[in-house]
Ligand binder design. Structure first.
Ligand code: DLZ
Length: 165
């Protein structure tokens, strides 16, 4: 999947949203880039006190996302890096985390930003990690998408609010 065609999102009036970032711990350098990008995006949006939780691996992201969504967070951002190995384990972890996070967002109505890199090798992941020399910044992107979606959902329940002005 190419990063070409990504929208430039304008997100306003979101400084009061409660946002949690959950980050796996495998592949430390790449994860550091994703977490930095996510926190930078939150700062740019005026969300100054996000919750940041670390879980062991990407497979553990959905259960924590579910509990946080049920505790009243307006948006959750899940960050992880899964790199293909020589066994089918990669497919099981990717499928579990992806379906788990989709299920959390649909079941709870809380948007979950998908910042989980699923790559064939470390080079691909580094290119998406928001590090110096990376072409993409998926932690930043996942925050912006989740918060944008939360503001849209808020205009549904509070129609007098505008999400982009
Ligand atoms: C076991 C495992 C493997 C092989 N690879 C990764 C990976 O590339 N990225 C990641 O986030 N987690 C990996 N894990 C750990 C699983 O996500 C999970 O933490 C363990 O299977 C324990 O439930």
């Amino acid at each position: 999947m190419s990063g070409k065609g990504a929208p430039v999102l304008s997100v306003k009036n979101c400084g009061d949203l409660r946002v949690a970032v959950i980050a796996a711990q495998w592949h430390e350098k790449i994860m550091d880039g994703l977490v930095d990008g996510a926190l930078r995006a939150l700062g740019e949006l005026g969300i100054d006190e996000p919750t940041l939780l670390r879980v062991p691996g990407s497979f553990e992201l959905p259960v924590v996302a579910k509990v946080l969504a049920e505790r009243g967070y307006d948006a959750i951002v899940a960050l992880g890096v899964v790199i293909r190995g020589g066994t089918p384990h990669f497919e099981y972890v990717c499928q579990g985390v992806t379906q788990g996070l989709v299920q959390v967002s649909i079941d709870t109505g809380v948007p979950v930003g998908f910042g989980v890199l699923t790559c064939d090798n470390e080079e691909q992941a580094l290119d998406r990690a928001g590090l110096e020399g990376s072409n993409e910044d998926k932690g930043h992107e996942a925050v912006t998408a989740a918060v944008a979606t939360a503001t849209i959902l808020r205009t549904v329940s509070e129609p007098w609010r505008k999400s982009t002005e």
